[in-house]
Design a protein around this ligand. Structure first.
Ligand SMILES: Nc1ncnc2c1ncn2[C@@H]1O[C@H](COP(=O)(O)OP(=O)(O)OP(=O)(O)O)[C@@H](O)[C@H]1O
Ligand SMILES: [Mg+2]
Length: 332
C-alpha cells in the first residue's frame, strides 16, 4: 500500500489565553494527523477553540496566547522551532489560512491585483511583475471571477466574490495545507453552495489538505472525509464523516446532540433541536468530563474522572460509555 504523507501533525496541543479572570484553556490536549490530499472537518459550538487551534497552527496567535503543551508539525517541520525568516517563507507557500470573516480582511486601499502581487513577489524574488500578473489572472479564473476584476478594489466586489479572492490568494503559492475558518458562514445559502463546490473542485485538482472549520454539521460531513468534534477545547470525537450519516452508529453524546441540532427542512417540518445548556467557562472547566453538565447519559464517574480516548475502528471517542467497547476490541 502507498504510504500516506502526514501534512499536519498535532500532538497533545494545549493553548491558553492569559486573561484577568485567569488562564482561558481554549485548546486542551488535542492530537490529530491530517494526510496529504484529504479534507478534515473541525466542528464545535462557538467558543470551543476552533479558531485558536487554526491560528496556533499558523503561528499567528494573539499576544496573550501561550502554547502550554504539545507539538505542531506541518510537512514534518515543527512550526515553533522555526526562525522568523524561515516561518515567513513557510507560511503561504506550505500552509495558508482563510481567516474567519476573511472577506473583510482584504486590504481596502489596494486593488485585488496588488494584493496578489504582494503574495507572489514577497515569496519569490525572481518573479517579474508581469509573470505575477499572469498568475493572478489564472487564479481568478480558477475561482471563476473575470480577471478584469483584478483592477477592482475589494468594496467593488460582492461578498461572495471577495471570499473567492481570499481563497485564491490562500492557494496562490500551492500550499500543502489550507486552513479554512468558516469560509462561507457570512454568505447566503446559494453563494455558500457555489463556493463550497468551488473549494471541492480546486482541491481535487491541486490535492492540498484542508482543515475545514465550521459549526455547520451537515456542511462539514458532506465536504470532509474525517471530522474532529471539539468541545471546550478538546476533541471529544474524531470520526469518519460517513459514520455521521449512519443512524445506527453510536457517537459521543455531544456529537449526537449536534447531529440532532441539524435543522430538519422538509415541507411541513422546520425544526431545530438544540443541545440544552451552555458551553462551560474555559477558565474553570467542569471536573471529570467537561461535557457532563449537559450530557443526557451522565453518571457519577463522569463528574470525577476525565475519560480516556477509546479507539474503536477508525474512530476515537472520549467518553466513559465507550470504554466497554474499547476493552472488547482490545481483547479480540
Ligand atoms: N485573545 C483572547 N484572550 C482571551 N480569551 C480569548 C481570546 N481569544 C479567544 N478567547 C477565548 O478562547 C475561547 C476559544 O475561542 P475561539 O475563537 O478559538 O473559538 P471558536 O471555536 O473559533 O468560536 P467561533 O465559532 O465563535 O468562531 C473562547 O472562550 C474565547 O472567548
Ligand atoms: Mg472561530
Amino acid at each position: 500500500m502507498e504510504e500516506k504523507i502526514p501534512v499536519l501533525e498535532l500532538e497533545n496541543v494545549s493553548v491558553g489565553y492569559d486573561s484577568q479572570a485567569g488562564m482561558v484553556q481554549a485548546v486542551n490536549d488535542v492530537s490529530l494527523t491530517i494526510y496529504e490530499n484529504s479534507i478534515v472537518g473541525l466542528i464545535g459550538e462557538s467558543g470551543s477553540g476552533k479558531s485558536t487551534l487554526g491560528n496556533a497552527i499558523m503561528h499567528l496567535l494573539k499576544n496573550n496566547a501561550v502554547i502550554t503543551n504539545g507539538e505542531i508539525k506541518v510537512m514534518g517541520k515543527n512550526i515553533y522551532s522555526m526562525g522568523r525568516e524561515e516561518l515567513r517563507r513557510f507560511r503561504w507557500s506550505q500552509m495558508s489560512m482563510v481567516f474567519q470573516s476573511a472577506m473583510n480582511a482584504l486590504n481596502p486601499v489596494l486593488t485585488i491585483e496588488e494584493q496578489f502581487l504582494d503574495v507572489f513577489l514577497s515569496h519569490n524574488k525572481n518573479m517579474s511583475k508581469k509573470e505575477a500578473r499572469v498568475k493572478a489572472a489564472e487564479l481568478m479564473k480558477i475561482v471563476s471571477i473575470d480577471p478584469a476584476h483584478l483592477k477592482s478594489y475589494p468594496h467593488e466586489l460582492s461578498g461572495g466574490m471577495r471570499q473567492r479572492v481570499v481563497i485564491a490568494i490562500a492557494i496562490a503559492l500551492d500550499p500543502k495545507l489550507v486552513i479554512m475558518d468558516e469560509p462561507t458562514t457570512a454568505l447566503d445559502v446559494v453563494v455558500q453552495r457555489s463556493i463550497l463546490d468551488k473549494i471541492k473542485e480546486i482541491q481535487k485538482v491541486k490535492k492540498f489538505a484542508i482543515l475545514f472549520i465550521s459549526h455547520d454539521f451537515s456542511l462539514v460531513s458532506e465536504l470532509a472525509s474525517r471530522v474532529a468534534i471539539m468541545y471546550a477545547g478538546r476533541f471529544v470525537e474524531i470520526t469518519d464523516s460517513q459514520s455521521l450519516s449512519q443512524s445506527e452508529q453510536k457517537h459521543h453524546p455531544y456529537t449526537e446532540g449536534l447531529m440532532k441540532a441539524i435543522p430538519h427542512l422538509t415541507a411541513d417540518d422546520v425544526t431545530i433541536e438544540g443541545i440544552p445548556g451552555n458551553p462551560p467557562d474555559l477558565v474553570e472547566l467542569p471536573s471529570g468530563c467537561a461535557y457532563h453538565p449537559r450530557c443526557p447519559y451522565v453518571h457519577d464517574r463522569c463528574m470525577t474522572e476525565r475519560p480516556a480516548i477509546s479507539k474503536v475502528v477508525n474512530r476515537e471517542i472520549e467518553c466513559h460509555l465507550y470504554e466497554v467497547v474499547r476493552k472488547e476490541v482490545q481483547k479480540s
